[in-house]
Design a protein around this ligand. Structure first.
Ligand code: SF4
Length: 885
C-alpha cells in the first residue's frame, strides 16, 4: 500500500447525545472502521447502539449538495455567490425597512461551537438584535435558568466520575437507559443504590432499587417534601449552608409539606416516599441526575431549583460522588450556551441585561452595535413570525416544523414569512418545504470544530471525509453572508481561528468573575487546535477542572449560592372535558430527533419501525381502541395517527408517543402538532410532557405492507410509514374503502408491468380478506406486498432477508406467498442492534439452553455484550421466553 493517507485513525466525537463519547475512525484503503475511542474520558472506548451505527449513516442519498433558490418558477439550483447574496440582500432589506428585530435565527444544538459563535456574533454584535434562539430551548433551558438562579452561572458542578463515586444515584425525569446509554451503563456496572422517579416504568427502572411513578407534573411537591424532611430530620449541613448559601428560610417556607401530602399529590405509596427521603438523608454521596422529564415543563425551572435546593441544604455539591447533574440532550447544547446561543444570553456566560457585560463584548468584538435586550425565545419567535413582527428567519440544522410544540403553527408562520433560509445537510425535510433558500451544510464526519458535553468537557469533532458536492461548513456560510452584509470581523481562515477568539473572549475582563474561562487555550495555533485533547472548562494553566464549587464560592457576586423558593404549581393545562389523558413525549432507544441521520440505518430502524401510542389497556378499552390497530391522538392544538401499543410501563391516564416521526417518514405521525405550546415563564421551555389529549379509533378497512427495492409514491394511501430496510424500503400502509381488485391495486401501486410481462406471483384469500403478491426480476425479489383486513400481517424480518438473495428457489417463492419462513419459527423484533440479535433467537436460546440470566444469554448469543442498551429487553424475554420463541 503506497497511499500515504492510510492507514490512519481520526479521533472525533459522537453526533448524538450530550454524553459526548469519543469515536475512533480507522481509515484504510479498504474503507473505514468505527469504534469507541478508548482514550476519551467520557466513554473509555464504549459506544451505544446509535454511536456504533454512525458509519451506516454517512451515505449521500438524500443530501443537499448545492444551494437551491425558490422563485416564481419553483426550485432551481443556484451558485454560492447568488445564494449568499440573496440571503444577505434579503436580511439587509428587512433590517432597513423594519429594524434589526424583524430578522431572526433559529439554530441548533447540533452545530459546532465555532458555527454557533459566529452566528451569535453576527446577530448580537452586528445586526444588533438578540432574536437568535436554539432548539436547545426545547431540551435544557430550564436547567440553564435553574443553574443561573442557584449558582449565578450556568454551571454543571460535577463530572461523570461522580457516577462512579456515588453511593446513591437518583435518576429523575430521565430514561437514561435509552437517552444517555453510556452513563446508564456506567451506573449499572457499579450499581450504587438507584432511585428512579418517572411516571413511566422505563428501561431505566431495570437497575432501580426504588421506582417512584409519580403523577405527571408533581416533581416539585416530591422535592419540596424532601427539602422539608431533610431540614426536620437534622440532615441540613447548617455550618456549610449558613456560610455559603442564602435564601434558606424562604425556600423552606415555600417548600413546607408533609410526606403524607406528598404521597397523596404524587400518587405514590407513603412508604416509598419515606424510603426515598430516608435514603437521601442518610447517604452523603448522592448524585441527582435529571433530564427532559424535569426540564420540559411549565414549571421546569422550579423543578430544577427544587432539586438543587436539596443538595445546597445538605452541602452535597462540588465534591466527589455528589451533586445535581443535568444530563444534556444534544451533542453541543452546552457549547451553544457557552457562546450565548440562547436569546436571553450574551457570549461567554455574560448577561444581556448587564450593561458592563454588553460594553465588554462590544469592545472585544469592536462591533458597530450590541443587542440591548433579550430576544424572542423559540415558541414566541415563531408566533412573531406568524404575526408579521419577524419577516426573515434563518433556520440552521434543525427541523422546527416537526420538533416545536403546536407544530402546525410553525408551518403557518413559515408560509407567511417574507424570507425563510434553511441551512441543512438534508434535502427534503418538513421545514425545507417552506424555505425560499436552501444552503447545503457539512455533516458529521465532514465538519471540523469542537463540542462540549454534559460534564463541561470540550472535545474535537474532526473531519475524516471530504466535503461532498458544494456543501460548506456552517461557520463559513454565516461568514459569507456577514461579509456580504458589509460587516468586518468575519474573516476567519478556519475553525481554529474562531475557537481562539471564543477562548479570548471567555477570558476578556473575566478576572475570576465567570467560571467559564478558556484563557489558556486563547493562543492555540492550528496544529495545537487540531491536536486538542478533551478538556473540561474552566481551563487553567494546569489543565481542565473536573468539579466546581468545592470551595463553597459560587458565581453570584457575593459568592453565595441561592436556595430558591419553589411554591408548587400544576401543569398549565389540566385534563378535563373531552381531553382526559395526559400526553407525554420522548425519545426511543435507537433513533435520534427527526431521524434524518439514524433513519438511514436499517439496523437502527428495526428496534421501533413505526411511531406508536403507548397506553394502559384499560384506557384503550375505555377509548374503544385496540393494540396493533391505528388510533388518533387529538388535543386542542392538533392530531396525529399511530398504532396502539401496551408496553406495560405506562400508568392509567397517560399516553406516550415518540418524537421522531416527521412528514417525511410517515403520513400523519408528527406528535409536535399535538403538543401544547405553553412554556415555563422563566426558561421559555415548552411543556412537552403534559398535554391533555383524547385517543379515538382511526377506522381503516385494510392493513398492508410493501417491501420494495425502489421508492414508491404513496400520497393517495390513507396512512403510511416508510422504514429503511437493508437493500429495500418498507412501507406500512392502511387504507379506507374495500380493495375490490387487490391485484390491480397492487400492480398499479408497485408499477409492475402489465399481464404476463411481469414475473408476478400472487395469492388471494377472498374469504379471509388476504392478498399477497411478489414481483420478481431475473429470479430476484424486487417487490412484495401483503394485504389483510386485519393488522396481524406476516413478520417482515425474514421477508426482508430475502432481498439479500441473488435468486429465490421454488420453495422460497412458495414460502414467500405463504408468509411463513422455511422451517417455521419466529425471528421477532431486533433486540440487540449491536450484534443484530432478535427476540426469537434469544427466546429459543433461553428455552433450548435452559438459560436463566442475562450473562448466560450474552455468552450464548452475544446479545447485550456490547453497549448493553438491550439488557432490560433481554430480562423481559427471560421472564416469558415462550411468548417470543
Ligand atoms: Fe453517542 Fe450518546 Fe451513544 Fe455516546 S451515549 S455513543 S454520545 S448517542
Amino acid at each position: 500500500m503506497n497511499d500515504p493517507r492510510f492507514p490512519r485513525t481520526v479521533r472525533t466525537s459522537c453526533a448524538y447525545c450530550g454524553v459526548g463519547c469519543g469515536v475512533a475512525v480507522e481509515l484504510g484503503p479498504e474503507g473505514m472502521r468505527l469504534a469507541g475511542d478508548e482514550a476519551h474520558p467520557a466513554n473509555a472506548g464504549r459506544l451505544c447502539v446509535k454511536g456504533s451505527a454512525l458509519g451506516e449513516t454517512l451515505g449521500l442519498d438524500g443530501r443537499l449538495l448545492a444551494p437551491q433558490v425558490r422563485d416564481a418558477g419553483g426550485w432551481r439550483e443556484a451558485g454560492w455567490d447568488e445564494a449568499l447574496e440573496k440571503v444577505a440582500a434579503g436580511f439587509r432589506s428587512v433590517i432597513e425597512r423594519h429594524g434589526p428585530d424583524a430578522v431572526a435565527f433559529y439554530v441548533s444544538g447540533q452545530l459546532l461551537t465555532e458555527d454557533y459563535y459566529v452566528v451569535n456574533k453576527l446577530m448580537k454584535g452586528y445586526i444588533g438584535s438578540a432574536n437568535i434562539d436554539t432548539n436547545s430551548r426545547l431540551c435544557m433551558s430550564s436547567s440553564v435558568a435553574g443553574h443561573k438562579r442557584a449558582f449565578g452561572e450556568d454551571v454543571v458542578p460535577g463530572c461523570y466520575e461522580d457516577f462512579d463515586e456515588a453511593d446513591m444515584v437518583v435518576l429523575t425525569g430521565s430514561n437514561a437507559a435509552w437517552c444517555h446509554p453510556i452513563i446508564y451503563q456506567r451506573i449499572a456496572r457499579r450499581k450504587p443504590k438507584v432511585v428512579v422517579i418517572d411516571p413511566r416504568r422505563t428501561a431505566t427502572c431495570d437497575i432501580a432499587d426504588l421506582h417512584l411513578p409519580i403523577k405527571p407534573g408533581t416533581d416539585v411537591w416530591l422535592f419540596n417534601g424532601l427539602l422539608t424532611w431533610l431540614e426536620r430530620h437534622g440532615h441540613a449541613d447548617d455550618a456549610w449552608a449558613g456560610e455559603h448559601t442564602a435564601g434558606r428560610e424562604e425556600a423552606l417556607a415555600a417548600a413546607a409539606i408533609e410526606p403524607e401530602e406528598v404521597a397523596r399529590v404524587c400518587r405514590v405509596p407513603l412508604d416509598d416516599v419515606l424510603a426515598f427521603y430516608e435514603a437521601f438523608g442518610t447517604t452523603r454521596k448522592v448524585v441527582t441526575a435529571y433530564s427532559q422529564g424535569v426540564n420540559q415543563s411549565s414549571s421546569g425551572t422550579d423543578k430544577v431549583s427544587a432539586i438543587i435546593n436539596c443538595h445546597l441544604l445538605t452541602g452535597r455539591i462540588g465534591h466527589p460522588g455528589m451533586g445535581p447533574f443535568s444530563l444534556t440532550g444534544q451533542p453541543n447544547a452546552m457549547g451553544g450556551r457557552e457562546v450565548g446561543g440562547l436569546a436571553n444570553m450574551l457570549a461567554a456566560h455574560m448577561d444581556l441585561d448587564n450593561a458592563e457585560h454588553r460594553a465588554s463584548v462590544q469592545a472585544f468584538w469592536n462591533s458597530p452595535r450590541i443587542a440591548e435586550r433579550p430576544g424572542l425565545k423559540a415558541v414566541d419567535l415563531f408566533r412573531a413570525i406568524e404575526s408579521g413582527q419577524v419577516k426573515a428567519v434563518w433556520v440552521m440544522g434543525t427541523n422546527p416544523v416537526v420538533s416545536l410544540p403546536d407544530a402546525d403553527q410553525v408551518k403557518r408562520a413559515l408560509d407567511k414569512c417574507e424570507l425563510v433560509v434553511v441551512s441543512d445537510v438534508v434535502r427534503d425535510t418538513d421545514t425545507n418545504a417552506h424555505a425560499h433558500v436552501l444552503l447545503p451544510a457539512l455533516a458529521w464526519g465532514e465538519k471540523d470544530g469542537t463540542v462540549t458535553n454534559s460534564e463541561r468537557r470540550i472535545s474535537r469533532q474532526r473531519a475524516f471525509l471530504p466535503a461532498p458536492g458544494g456543501a460548506r461548513a456552517d461557520w463559513k456560510i454565516v461568514c459569507g453572508v456577514a461579509q456580504r452584509m458589509g460587516y468586518e470581523g468575519f474573516g476567519f481562515d478556519g475553525p481554529h481561528a474562531i475557537f481562539a477568539e471564543h477562548a479570548q473572549l471567555s477570558a476578556f475582563g473575566n478576572r475570576g468573575a465567570r467560571r467559564f474561562d478558556l484563557g489558556p487555550l486563547a493562543a492555540l495555533g492550528r496544529a495545537e487546535y487540531d491536536a486538542l485533547e478533551p478538556v473540561q472548562w474552566p481551563v487553567t494553566p494546569a489543565g481542565g477542572t473536573a468539579r466546581l464549587y468545592a470551595d463553597g464560592r459560587f458565581s453570584h457576586p457575593d459568592g453565595r449560592a441561592r436556595l430558591v423558593p419553589t411554591p408548587p404549581r400544576a401543569p398549565a393545562h389540566a385534563t378535563g372535558g373531552e381531553y382526559t389523558l395526559v400526553l407525554n413525549t420522548g425519545r426511543m432507544r435507537d433513533q435520534w430527533h427527526t431521524m434524518t441521520r439514524t433513519g438511514k440505518s436499517p439496523r437502527l430502524a428495526e428496534h421501533t419501525s413505526e411511531s406508536f401510542i403507548d397506553m394502559h389497556p384499560q384506557d384503550a378499552l375505555l377509548h374503544a381502541v385496540r393494540e396493533g390497530e391505528l388510533a388518533r391522538v387529538r388535543s386542542a392544538w392538533g392530531e396525529m395517527v399511530a398504532k396502539v401499543r401496551h408496553s406495560g410501563g405506562i400508568p392509567r391516564g397517560s399516553v406516550f408517543v415518540p418524537i421522531h416521526w416527521s412528514g417525511a417518514t410517515a403520513s400523519d405521525a408528527r406528535i409536535g402538532a399535538v403538543v401544547n405550546p405553553v412554556v415555563d415563564p422563566v426558561s421559555g421551555e415548552p411543556e412537552f410532557k403534559h398535554t391533555p389529549v383524547t385517543v379515538e379509533p382511526f377506522r381503516v378497512d385494510w392493513y398492508a405492507f410493501i417491501l420494495s427495492r425502489t421508492p414508491l409514491p404513496l400520497e393517495r394511501v390513507t396512512h403510511w410509514t416508510r422504514v429503511q430496510g437493508d437493500g429495500y424500503l418498507r412501507y406500512e400502509l392502511a387504507g379506507r374503502g374495500p380493495l375490490r381488485e387487490p391485484g390491480q391495486w397492487a400492480r398499479a401501486l408497485l408499477g409492475a408491468p402489465p399481464g404476463d410481462e411481469a414475473d408476478w406471483l400472487e395469492y388471494e384469500d377472498q374469504c379471509g380478506g388476504a392478498y399477497r403478491a411478489a414481483l420478481m426480476e431475473d429470479d430476484r425479489l424486487a417487490q412484495c406486498v401483503f394485504v389483510s383486513a386485519r393488522p396481524d400481517l406476516p413478520e417482515r424480518t425474514w421477508l426482508g432477508g430475502l432481498f439479500a438473495s441473488a435468486t429465490l428457489a421454488p420453495a422460497e417463492r412458495a414460502a414467500l406467498l405463504a408468509g411463513q419462513p422455511l422451517g417455521g419459527g419466529k425471528d421477532g423484533a431486533i433486540v440487540c442492534a449491536c450484534f443484530g440479535v432478535r427476540s426469537g433467537t434469544i427466546a429459543r436460546a433461553i428455552v433450548d439452553g435452559g438459560l436463566s440470566s442475562v450473562e448466560a444469554v450474552t455468552s450464548c448469543v452475544r446479545a447485550g455484550g456490547n453497549c448493553g442498551s438491550c439488557i432490560p429487553e433481554i430480562r423481559t424475554i427471560l421472564a416469558e421466553p415462550m411468548r417470543f420463541a
